[in-house]
Ligand binder design. Structure first.
Ligand SMILES: *Cc1c(COP(=O)(O)O)cnc(C)c1O
Length: 386
């Protein structure tokens, strides 16, 4: 049986896959089973930060695989400790909890908010406010946090204690706070799955001020926007926010499962022994991979990401078939004249892999994509859209 048929027969039907089997790759080029090459403008949904089979990334992973591939969290291991230090130094956060995915990073954030609020504001203060059209994960609790009804319908009852407001609606947030039951606000700086929609800077600043006045936590979901994707280490830095918790995953370890919740000074001591844990959390191989990724996200490198982002944006904005370009850094959403799905299929035909998000074409290339590939991909997308 072919891989496609095996998969259709035995893998749960949760993904609508393209009829394309990827067998190998190098940097921002991937190859299918027939040997055809494609420019990868999706990076496994913002995961392969330095592309496929990057030599420096491989070296970091390989070294650790030959050393110790896993140890329980009952013992200390070096990669996890060094990674936590690196993340704290790059953000000013004080502690890090490691897990294996974005949903788990948000679960940790939610637990921190619940415990912090119960201790500091009282047991009735447990509601977490998120934005409509947000996406925070697929576990039942992060599904409850997600502000899109269509994800909720089939999975009732959901975890209680979430309220959803429209982005920009400070009055709705203020009204909720009047009830004295709000523990935290959780937001994406750019809604990814929701259609690559950046937060309005004025709303972001108002939110940052408001949470401090009200003594509630500000938690930022940087699962997709984080780790250099936006052209800063984290997207909240573009907005000058002061988050109490930053959750991240996707690109953190450049292609291995790794999530993290970064905790500010205010909440660094909220979790204590036994409050939370994860068997694989902080796995040495994933942590070594993440450390190699994080160490490469220098100021100079992030400047290059911003230059490439400016280039890509200007190339796309000049396309007649593209109505608008949204996003931040190398996370772009294209509003196209043709339906997004049609554009993505036609791009694939011509050797460029793109994603969709709602009605948009979504681009999340590797952070180190060479300029010539970026230009080639943009030309194909432009032609297809026109
Ligand atoms: C992808 C994503 C998640 C979920 O991450 P998983 O690793 O799939 O659990 C959560 N939040 C945002 C913003 C995401 O983009």
């Amino acid at each position: 049986m072919s891989v496609m048929n095996l998969d259709r027969e035995y893998v749960a039907n949760t993904y609508k896959r393209f009829p394309l089997e990827i067998v190998s790759g190098s940097g921002s080029v991937v190859r299918d089973a027939g040997g055809r090459e494609y420019i990868d403008m999706g990076s496994g949904i913002a995961v392969t930060s330095f592309g496929i089979a990057d030599p420096e990334w491989i070296a970091a992973v390989e070294k650790q695989i030959h050393t110790v591939q896993h140890m329980s969290n009952l013992y200390y291991t070096e990669p996890c400790a060094l990674l936590a230090k690196a993340l704290c130094e790059k953000t000013g956060m004080k502690k890090v909890f490691f897990c294996n995915s974005g949903a788990e990073a948000n679960e940790c954030a939610i637990k921190v908010a619940r415990k912090w609020a119960a201790e500091h504001k009282g047991p009735s203060c447990s509601t977490i406010v998120t934005l409509k059209n947000s996406f925070h994960g697929r576990t039942l609790t992060t599904l409850s946090a997600t502000g899109q009804d269509h994800y909720h319908e089939l999975f009732q009852p959901l975890t209680p204690g979430f309220a959803h407001i429209d982005a920009g609606d400070m009055d709705a947030l203020a009204a909720l706070c009047e009830t004295g039951t709000i523990a935290a606000v959780l937001v994406e700086c750019v809604q990814g799955e929701g259609g690559v929609i950046p937060l309005d800077p004025e709303f972001a600043s108002a939110l940052d001020r408001f949470v401090r006045e009200q003594d509630i936590l500000l938690m930022v979901d940087e699962v997709q926007t984080g780790n250099g994707r936006s052209g800063q280490m984290y997207a909240y830095m573009h907005y000058g926010l002061h988050p109490d918790v930053v959750s991240t995953a996707k690109g953190l370890a450049g292609g291995l499962p790794m999530g993290a919740a970064l905790l500010s000074e205010k909440v660094q001591h909220v979790l204590s022994y036994g409050d939370h844990g994860s068997t694989f959390g902080g796995n040495p191989v994933a942590a070594a991979a993440a450390l190699s990724v994080v160490n490469r996200l220098t100021d100079d490198f992030l400047q290059e990401v911003r230059s490439k982002a400016d280039l890509l944006r200007s190339l796309l904005e000049a396309c007649p078939g593209i109505k608008s370009v949204s996003g931040l850094g190398l996370m772009l959403g294209l509003e196209t004249v043709k339906p997004a799905g049609e554009v993505v299929a036609a791009c694939m035909e011509r050797g460029v892999l793109c994603l969709t998000a709602k009605n948009k074409v979504r681009l999340l290339p590797a952070l180190n994509i060479p300029e010539d590939l970026l230009r080639k991909a943009a030309a194909v997308i432009c032609e297809v859209c026109g």
